[in-house]
Write a new protein. Structure first.
Length: 544
């Protein structure tokens, strides 16, 4: 650590000013009465939505559930304009929250944390920023998000490319002018499926490079009318209770019926109506869609038939429908005209399974079959998810052990909230928690409130340090595996849920698939039992 700059001493330091960091600041400062600062790498608040401004970017959760529920007044005074909000509207909402709760005065923007070392003698975290500023805090809360470390594939020759290239997760705020350009888009996950139709409308030509074909269901985005908005205001209590009691934190219930409770005709009608309604609710059509392969096959086949019906060129349709994993085993995208885009004259699909990328040349992308001349490459290639944002900081716990060392075999946490050996470090939506399998703000609120209660409890009980017990973390890790294995999710072996999209990353199923409601009950139970599974100590570590 640099010793030159003066140190700002605080009770708590929060890293990140997205949904998590803003609420964590409010809770720790205004409810628990701590001195708190938030350090944010971006030039403004918003987290994911500050960075992900690519064409077509839109939230997959419905707006009336993609927000905070902690304040009824806040919920009722905000009006969403569309079924699925885009970055500008979400950012307006977060600015409104920040102003309403006077948060900005305690946030430092353009401040990237590069190191956080636990100081055993002082029982505090010594934190350093890229600019060399120093902080010390008793509690360190990581609110860095799960999908904030862009994954730019290591394709040979990228540096030689004569055109411009961009990653969707670090999109230039001034936008990109695609007019008259030949664009290549690599990646067809949720992001690529959103961006391709919008880029295609502007560019001279778009080539989509697909490695893994994906299911997608229409989003059916639309403006919200006043009667819907009034209903949402009036139904606040019911909507809040729904998002808190459903497995994925969405405002809809998963059907109680199983796929084979109904005959083929009725099943088809159910899928058809879910397709027309659009959105992630499609997955909730039957209770066993992500539990039973044969049941899943019926949904998979329904979507594949839709793809074949929409896409006119049979070869393109076949490549788009050649999906090798169960429906929803990878994060299921929702789209606006994705498959329809391949009917445009200026759009082509390249199937990378048939012709893998060999290298990037000054002129474009060369696959095993040929070179595709391009002016712009868009990498919609996702993120080093969940662990990436934490591991890119130099975090060291007791005995100077780095987080990278502690997680060499994959993330090891108790409840996704704490890591053994890293006292008083809390990770909002950390690996091992439901996080990315849910409507994020709901999971975030649960974590932020739990962390706030835990810290308040420590202070009320004269406890100086809280640290996940290694045995508790080990048991939890086994349970996270068990929960994943009870579903079809691990069958998508190339999924970022498993870390498989980043070469060399340990293959561990990272999010908790047991459902948010069940997880919440478990966390509440742990707290009610005096934070069972966490070691609570007083005095200096050396003295204990
Ligand atoms: P995803 O879901 O990780 O999708 C990334 C896409 O990029 C996916 O199609 C990948 O194919 C593809 N990819 C990644 N690396 C390469 C290389 N080297 N070559 C070719 N293709 C590649 O990220 P998104 O941004 O779409 O979505 C992330 C989450 O953000 C989303 O789930 C929402 O929660 C919000 P692959 O499938 O790995 O073969």
């Amino acid at each position: 650590m640099h010793q030159s700059n003066p140190v700002t001493a605080l009770d708590a330091l929060v890293i990140g000013a997205g949904f998590s960091g803003l609420y964590q600041l409010h809770c720790l400062r205004d409810r628990a009465g701590l001195s708190v600062k938030v350090l944010e790498a971006g030039g403004d608040l918003g987290g994911t939505w500050y960075w992900n401004r690519y064409p077509g970017a839109r939230c997959d959760s419905e707006s009336h559930s993609y927000c905070y529920f902690f304040s009824k007044a806040l919920y009722q005074e905000w009006e969403w304009s569309e079924r699925y909000p885009g970055p500008p509207e979400i950012l307006r909402y977060l600015h409104h929250v920040a102003e309403r709760f006077d948060l900005k005065r305690d946030i430092r923007f353009d401040t990237r944390v590069v190191a956080a070392h636990y100081d055993e003698d002082e029982n505090c975290w010594q934190v350093r920023t890229e600019a060399g500023d120093r902080y010390r805090a008793t509690y360190l809360v990581s609110a860095v998000g799960c999908l904030s470390s862009a994954n730019v594939p290591d394709i040979p020759g990228l540096e030689s490319f004569a055109g411009r290239w961009y990653h969707t997760g670090e999109w230039p705020h001034e936008g990109v002018d695609f007019r008259g350009k030949r664009v290549g888009q690599v990646g067809t996950g949720s992001t690529g499926i959103q961006s391709a139709p919008v880029i295609a409308r502007e560019a001279a030509h778009l080539t989509v490079f697909q490695r893994t074909a994906q299911y997608s269901v229409p989003a059916r985005n639309a403006p919200l009318d006043e009667s819907f908005r009034r209903r949402v205001r009036e139904d606040y209590d019911a909507i809040r209770d729904a998002v808190r009691s459903t497995p994925n934190g969405h405002p809809f219930r998963i059907a109680k019926r199983s796929v084979f409770d109904v005959d083929a005709k009725e099943r088809h009608a159910i899928y058809e109506s879910a397709w027309e309604k659009g959105g992630l609710q499609f997955r909730a059509s039957f209770r066993d869609l992500v539990l039973d392969r044969t049941a899943n096959d019926t949904a998979a086949e329904f979507i594949k038939q839709k793809i074949r019906a929409i896409v006119r060129d049979p070869r393109t349709a076949a490549a788009l429908a050649d999906i090798d994993h169960p429906y929803a085993a990878k994060r299921p995208p929702i789209d606006t005209d994705y498959f329809e885009t391949f009917n445009r004259d200026n759009v082509a699909l390249v199937d990378l399974r048939a012709e893998p990328i060999e290298r990037i040349t000054p002129a474009g992308i060369r696959t095993r079959a040929r070179e595709y001349p391009l002016d712009i490459i868009v990498f919609a290639t996702g993120f080093d998810a969940m662990t990436g944002p934490l591991l890119r900081m130099d975090i060291r716990g007791r005995g100077g052990r780095t987080l990278a060392e502690a997680w060499r075999e994959g993330p090891n946490t108790y409840l996704g909230l704490q890591v053994p050996g890293f006292p008083n470090l809390f990770t909002v939506t950390g690996p091992g928690s439901p996080s990315v399998l849910t409507n994020m703000p709901v999971a975030i609120e649960q974590h932020v409130e739990w962390i706030t209660d835990c810290i308040s409890w420590m202070r009320a009980n004269g406890v100086d340090r809280c640290e996940a017990a290694p045995e508790a973390a080990e048991r939890w890790g086994a349970h996270v595996n068990e929960a994943a294995n009870a579903t079809l999710l691990p069958l998508a072996t190339h999924s970022w849920y498993l870390g498989a999209n980043v070469p060399g990353k340990p293959r561990v199923f990272m999010p908790y698939a047991g459902g948010l409601a069940r997880y919440r009950a478990h966390c509440d139970d742990v707290a009610a039992k005096g934070y069972e599974g966490f070691v609570m100590c007083s005095g200096k570590p050396s003295a204990s």
